[in-house]
Design a protein around this ligand. Sequence first.
Ligand code: S3P
Length: 177
Amino acid sequence: MIERIVLIGFMCSGKSTVGRLLAERLGWGLIDFDETIERREDRRIADIFDEHGEAHFRRLEAQLTGQVEARTGVVLVPGGGWVTQQGLVELLRPSSLFVWLRVRPDTVYDRHSRLGRGDRPLLAGDDPRAAIRELLAAREPLYQLADVTIDTDSREADDVADQITRLLLREGVEGRK
Ligand code: S3P
């Protein structure tokens, strides 16, 4: 029985929006990792990277993962690089459905140019296209560990959330305890 959903995928794949819609539809809790970390640290992600470095941010992600490990009836939305840390996927694997929101590099670039500038330190360099290509290539094998893959290019978050909800209703969900 599925007791929680973990949305994984690259930056700008729509994880946060889809996660919020999904939690609403299911009446489940929502834990958006980036938002939680920003609230706790009282800093934007970009400032955490700037002041303490990426390794420190990864430690905060790992710590949060340990803290939510026992939660059920919840949609978990880690950041795009969360999958790169060994052991975290395995920690949440029991009774979770991992859903990969897949995006093409061009879609990431377009969405990032429109919406995400300044907010994503790993794409803030001179050549975001190259950064997207390289990071995506390195991470794709990790995202492939998901139970379900959903292509999100040219699709509304609402539509993606509907698809996941239908799938869950078919599979059977346990919900909050
Ligand atoms: C990151 C993705 C970001 C955020 C941080 C690092 C990554 O989250 O956690 O900037 O390594 O891919 P989103 O995937 O929500 O943009």
